[in-house]
Design a protein around this ligand. Structure first.
Ligand SMILES: [Fe+2]
Ligand SMILES: [Fe+2]
Length: 223
């Protein structure tokens, strides 16, 4: 039997119909003929650079999740149950982003490297400081995503470019959400927010939707 057998990275198979009856599949390489020299074909559709960048991004999304988890725990310990609820929901969202990158690497025949996640930063010292840090982390993540967009563009890797467009849109939404919260906090007095304002913000965040509408979805009739 001759031919090409597409494989995902983690599948280990034996192509027993090979003339020699030997293992024809090693990692990402698949035997493409039945000759004894076993010509092997690379089925990884990601370049080494893109694969490494995507693995790093996967860890970055996991790190973002840990940051939200840590800040949420801090908020809860300070009595801000609504803020904590909002941050915990976002921790979950960041884990979903991590899974999105992980699945993509696998589906393109690449190798996933699950590594240690860096520790989250120190606890914030106020609600205002908490959301300023959240905004900074989102901007930092956006910059990392832009680098992969550029990389995929330079390599004409349109599949990765396409995946990253989803992340670009997502980051606009995440940054907008953090900015809107910071605006509200600023109006309410910033770091010197009155207790009554903090109480209202905490109550509002409990029910605040996780998504904001992207600018490109806005119409004149529905601004
Ligand atoms: Fe994310
Ligand atoms: Fe995010």
């Amino acid at each position: 039997m001759q031919g090409f057998l597409p494989l995902s990275a983690n599948v280990v198979m034996f192509w027993r119909s090979c003339v020699t009856g030997l293992k024809c599949v090693r990692g990402n390489f698949v035997c493409i003929n039945n000759t004894s020299n076993h010509t092997l074909m690379d089925t990884n559709r990601l370049s080494a650079t893109i694969e490494a960048a995507l693995n790093a991004q996967m860890t970055k999304e996991a790190h973002a999740s840990q940051i939200y988890l840590s800040y949420g725990s801090w908020a809860s310990s300070q009595g801000f149950g609504g803020v904590a609820n909002f941050l915990f929901r976002h921790a979950e969202e960041e884990r979903n982003h991590m899974m999105k990158v992980l699945e993509y690497i696998l589906k393109r025949g690449g190798t996933v490297n699950v590594t240690a996640i860096p520790e989250p930063p120190e606890d914030p010292n106020s609600i205002s400081n908490c959301f300023e840090s959240v905004f900074k982390h989102e901007v930092d993540n956006t910059n990392a995503i832009y680098k992969i967009v550029k990389m995929s563009f330079d390599e004409s890797d349109w599949a990765t470019w396409n995946l990253m467009q989803w992340f670009v849109k997502e980051q606009v939404e995440e940054e907008t959400l953090a900015l809107e919260l910071l605006d509200k906090i600023k109006i309410a007095g910033g770091p010197n927010m009155a207790k009554s304002e903090l109480y209202s913000l905490d109550r509002d965040l409990e029910k605040m939707p996780d998504e904001v509408r992207a600018a490109q979805d806005v119409t004149a009739a529905n601004p």
